[in-house]
Design a protein around this ligand. Structure first.
Ligand SMILES: NC(=O)c1ccc[n+]([C@@H]2O[C@H](COP(=O)([O-])OP(=O)(O)OC[C@H]3O[C@@H](n4cnc5c(N)ncnc54)[C@H](O)[C@@H]3O)[C@@H](O)[C@H]2O)c1
Length: 251
């Protein structure tokens, strides 16, 4: 199935983890994918893999913590083919801690990367999508934004805000045929999750046991959901927060 033939898609945080799986999936389905990450080498590697596999992709190193970089990314991407059909706001960081153990910097950078980047990127991309008659935006929220896990107040609060941001944007721009949705993953096996597991002294096998489905999720499984939401198959989905958790409840 080639749902993104002749389309241009941007994926942030696409140098690794869930973002790289999304980039690969959209490229497999025909998109020209702008693979962007603060880690330029990682983005270039993902692009090299996509191109070797016969897909179309371009790497852009950019720090989504910077407003100018967000606007610059959209303009560089638009210049490629004069269109941006899909924006996947996936870049995120996870600073662990409760209110008293977090630093001010942990709190601030969590909002800058996880939320403000979406604000800037959406403000930059919307005029292009509106002029084109529509577009799809998929934001990566988290199950923890809906049901907070302990000791992650900054992360969880940013992801709750991403959920609210998604629904607000969807309401305001649905008349312009801009579909905005969010995915809310549970535990997905990525470098971010591995870092958290290491810090907590647990193993992946420990986490697998907590999921009713019998294992944690894979980046490709989130990528399949993102591709669906970004595609015309999801034509009436707008303002949805879609959980992908293997039926795990946050404990
Ligand atoms: N892994 C999980 O279990 C899980 C669960 C729920 C939600 N999420 C969310 O999914 C998204 C991807 O998570 P992941 O697990 O793949 O993380 P990851 O850390 O494995 O990958 C994140 C990528 O984002 C990039 N990045 C970080 N800061 C950036 C910045 N300032 N500018 C540009 N790129 C930046 C990193 O370099 C990295 O390549 C995040 O928004 C995360 O919060 C992950």
């Amino acid at each position: 199935m080639k749902r993104f033939e002749h389309k241009v898609a941007i994926v942030t945080g696409a140098g690794g983890g869930i973002g790289s799986a999304i980039a690969r999936r959209l490229a497999e389905e025909g998109a020209l994918v702008v693979v962007t990450d603060v880690n330029g080498e990682a983005a270039a590697q993902v692009v090299s893999d996509i191109v070797t596999g016969g897909g179309k992709a371009k790497a852009i190193a950019a720090d989504m913590a910077k407003k100018d970089a967000c606007f610059g990314l959209i303009e560089q991407a638009f210049a490629l083919q004069g269109r941006i059909d899909v924006l996947v706001n996936n870049a995120g960081i996870n600073r662990r801690g409760n209110l008293l153990s977090l630093s001010d910097e942990d709190w601030d950078v969590s909002f800058t990367v996880n939320l403000d980047s979406m604000f800037h990127l959406c403000r930059a991309v919307l005029p292009h999508m509106i002029a084109a008659g529509g577009g799809a935006i998929v934001n990566t929220a988290s199950q923890w934004g809906l049901y907070p896990a302990p000791n992650h107040i900054a992360y969880n609060t940013t992801k709750a805000a991403v959920a609210a941001f998604t629904q607000n944007l969807a309401r305001d721009y649905a008349p312009d045929k801009i579909r905005v949705n969010a995915v809310c993953p549970g535990e997905i096996h990525t470098p971010m999750l591995e870092a958290g597991v290491k810090r907590s002294g647990r193993t992946i096998a420990d986490l697998d046991k907590l999921v009713p489905f019998g294992r944690i999720g894979k980046p490709d499984e989130v990528a399949a959901l993102v591709a669906f939401l970004a595609s015309e198959e999801a034509a009436f989905m707008c303002g949805s927060l879609v959980e992908i958790t293997g039926a795990q409840a946050v404990g």
